[in-house]
Design a binder for this molecule. Structure first.
Ligand SMILES: Nc1ncnc2c1ncn2[C@@H]1O[C@H](COP(=O)(O)OP(=O)(O)OP(=O)(O)O)[C@@H](O)[C@H]1O
Length: 612
């Protein structure tokens, strides 16, 4: 049992909606399609009536055979059955056409809303939720919801037909009609009992499938690394139990659903036996005509088919309901980053002040505790420190990707929580270590922050970065296709595109995580030139990995376990011989052109001259 249920827990944002809330929510998606739905409903009524008319005409034919009048009315009844059959086809065609459109439109809207919700989520959401699981909610869960909506229409049509047949049966023989109806509460009772079981097993099956998706997604993302380290077997070993689990859970779901049908068919069979016996006796006693008896037997199959298929629908119905629950939970997931107001920030000067700020990805384990730091407008600050010191965390708070728990973060003296988030973020230029490029051309990527930017602006930005020589090295200049994730460009070229993109954005504050990957000296020089241009006149926070950067910034801040342990400029900090020297020896010193392996380390713990 343990294995089967492992990893199938709900996501943090999952919730259970009451049937009423769920239904109300689903109805709200269908409401704009009221006109088409009325047409579908009319067609369903006509279709059900015409389907119920066929056995009625058949029963008249049986009576005519018994009376010996079939010779006179036979052709009329045949024509009647033909016309009713043809009309059924037309009604069904119109019904299918419009109901498919209604379902398609509703799913389109639901998927748009789900995708919108995904885009709106804070970065913490992406840290906590594997992307495969998100994809699964936006695609297969909305598909399951589509199935529910078309099933619901089928269900309504079947229920209506049952209603028509019931009326007919009562008109013919109250006694036999009551016998037929006697079984309904048993079937409905069984279906209701089954409901709970079905919902639980269906939900598990969906979660296990999204686990499979998440695993596949991660495998595809890291396939190059896996192949590099020849870890295909390990990847497969990880996939196997997850896939097995999905198999087991789906099998269990199948078992749950397969128990209901034999039970239902047994009840139906017993009822039919009763009807054959009782009806036959009544025909012999002349209390019932042969045609009526025929209608009852036909009616029973017409009657039973919808009832048993309602139970059959149940599985998919439940699947769709829990899918819609999952999609709504995604749409309704509360944001972690909450603004207390939405004041227009105006053009920011870029003064940043952390005041007694406390933050932890998990509130019980703070990464920053009572943290204080003031960065003046226009200042360029380098954050250095060992891995895990909290450098990226600071930048994630400035970009407002995460919500801090305590203290204040002021931008130009205003509480960051009061600024209109979209307008604020548009003035923050964030460059990650490995800049992400979208499929398209180099020009498309440069104009990404401002799609209305003209070709000349894009060209000017590209030319300004690194002297523009790098554009000539691209096979089709700015029209070169960058490939998926920018794979068609070298690492250095991707960084240059990211810098040109910043120029187009023209942010007030730049948060830059320098790439650790080394590039050739020419590209390095171009990047440095580009950086000087991009950072000039803006407040800049650089998570520094390059010697040339730390040598030129206004202030270096040395972080250790979320605390500032030293700050100052390069020469002063080196002279102090403290923590900065350690970091310098570890990360930066070897980049110096004068560096010789094994020599020239700056002594830690005592004042030492600045060596290069
Ligand atoms: N998304 C996250 N969820 C939980 N903990 C995190 C997350 N990101 C970082 N941390 C933790 O927060 C601490 C600070 O991490 P941070 O990424 O800020 O360090 P860093 O100084 O930028 O390190 P590096 O130079 O390796 O990028 C680390 O202990 C890290 O494990």
């Amino acid at each position: 049992m343990g294995f089967i249920m492992d990893g199938l827990d709900a996501e943090d944002y999952d919730r259970t909606y009451s049937d009423r809330d769920l239904l109300r929510r689903i109805v709200s998606y269908f409401r704009p399609k009221l006109g088409s739905m009325l047409l579908v409903a009319t067609m369903i009524v006509l279709l059900s009536a015409s389907q119920a008319a066929i056995p009625t005409l058949g029963s008249l034919a049986v009576d005519a055979i018994a009376d010996g009048t079939i010779g006179q009315v036979g052709w009329l009844l045949t024509a009647g059955i033909l016309v009713t059959g043809a009309m059924s086809w037309v009604f069904n065609y119109i019904r299918q056409k419009y109901s498919s459109r209604v379902t398609g439109d509703v799913v389109l809207r639901l998927r748009e809303d789900a995708f919108d919700a995904v885009l709106e989520r804070d970065l913490s959401f992406y840290d906590e939720t594997p992307s495969g699981k998100i994809v699964s909610r936006v695609t297969s869960d909305t598909d399951d919801f589509a199935t529910v909506s078309s099933l619901t229409m089928d269900l309504i049509s079947q229920v209506l037909m049952v209603a028509f047949v019931t009326v007919l049966l009562f008109v013919r023989s109250v006694e036999l009609a009551l016998l037929t109806l006697l079984v309904v509460p048993i079937v409905v009772g069984l279906a209701l009992m089954f409901r709970r079981l079905a919902r639980v097993s269906t939900r598990r099956a969906q979660r296990s499938l999204s686990r499979v998706n998440a695993n596949l997604q991660e495998t595809m993302g890291g396939i190059a690394v896996a192949k590099n380290f020849r870890q295909e077997q390990q990847v497969y070993d990880e996939f196997r139990p997850i896939n097995q689990q999905s198999y087991q859970v789906t099998l269990r779901q199948g078992f749950v659903f397969s128990t209901i049908f034999p039970v239902l068919f047994l009840v139906a069979g017993l009822a039919t036996v009763g009807l054959v016996q009782l009806g036959g006796v009544q025909v012999l006693d002349r209390g019932l005509s042969a045609g009526d008896w025929y209608l009852f037997l036909q009616g029973v199959s017409l009657f039973w088919f919808p009832l048993t298929s309602i139970a059959a629908f149940w599985s998919q119905f439940q699947q769709g309901l829990s899918a819609s629950e999952r999609v709504f939970a995604l749409i309704d997931a509360p944001p972690r980053v909450v603004q207390s107001a939405a004041e227009p920030p105006g053009r920011l000067a870029g003064r940043i002040e952390f005041q007694d700020l406390t933050f932890g990805y998990d509130a019980d384990h703070p990464v920053l505790r009572d943290f204080n730091l003031l960065i003046e407008a226009g200042e360029t600050v380098a954050l250095v420190g060992h891995t895990g010191a909290g450098k990226s965390t600071l930048s994630k708070l400035i970009t407002r990707f995460y919500e801090f728990q305590d203290g204040r973060l002021l931008i130009d003296g205003r509480d960051i929580r009061t600024l209109e988030l979209g307008a604020f973020r548009s003035q923050i230029g964030a460059v990650p270590q490995a800049p992400f490029l979208f499929s398209g051309t180099v020009a498309d990527n440069i104009r990404y922050p401002r799609p209305e930017a003209g070709d000349d602006e894009v060209l000017a930005a590209a030319a300004a970065v690194g002297g523009g020589d790098w554009i000539d090295a691209l096979p089709h200049g700015l029209e070169t296709d960058v490939g998926e994730h920018g794979r068609a460009l070298s690492m250095g070229q991707r960084q240059l595109v990211a810098l040109a993109r910043l120029l187009i954005q023209d942010p007030a504050i730049v948060v830059l995580d320098e790439a650790t990957a080394s590039v050739d000296p020419l590209t390095e020089a171009q990047i440095q030139e580009g950086l000087d241009l991009v950072l000039a006149g803006r407040t800049s926070i650089v998570i520094a990995h390059r010697l040339s950067t730390i040598e030129h910034v206004d202030r270096i801040i040395v972080l250790d376990h979320g605390r500032i342990v030293e700050e100052g400029d390069h020469a002063a900090l080196l002279a102090r011989g403290g923590r900065y020297c350690e970091v310098y020896n570890t990360y930066f010193r070897h980049q110096s052109p004068h560096y010789r392996a094994g020599t020239g380390f700056v002594t830690v713990g005592e004042a030492a001259p600045a060596l290069d």
